[in-house]
Unconditional design. Sequence first.
Length: 188
Amino acid sequence: MYRRLWLILGLAAAGCVLHSSLPELGRVPPFLLTAEDGTSVTRDSLRGKVWVVDFIFTNCQGPCPRLSAQVHRLEQRLMSKGQPPEDVRLISITVDPDRDTPAVLAAYARNFQADPRVWHFLTGPAGAVGALSADTFHVNVSSNLLEHSTKLILVDKKARIRGYYESLDASALDQLTADIGQLRKEIL
């Protein structure tokens, strides 16, 4: 009993929190997608990390380039003295998996100077992508995947959805950065 109390007090003094004030808005189910480098990315491979998810497609002439530019700005904010954070990942999922192969996503990633240690571009079967965008993250309710949201979605270390942020709102990036900081301090 006393040992647990001392552990909690020690973690609190170190700035850790058991649970932040951010609401739990849903849970991410298991998934298997392919990254721009051909490796597999799963929900379980992201456990223990805070992640920010967005949905894009590489030949988009609308909001996708602006959305990816915002994610690049977020990536730059997260870098500490040029080093990427070990406990944060940026996840861009294509809504056009037929065209956006890993090679196409790799070229797109280079265009946005994405650091592959932090920012991953994922593809997979259209059904899996559609289920993630509509059923899990609730950002695409249209049957046409190319009509997608411009929201950034914050996921905690336990694969729980904790926030939605409008990527085209400049102040939302400040709030997202602060909320990422909160979740990084949460104890698993």
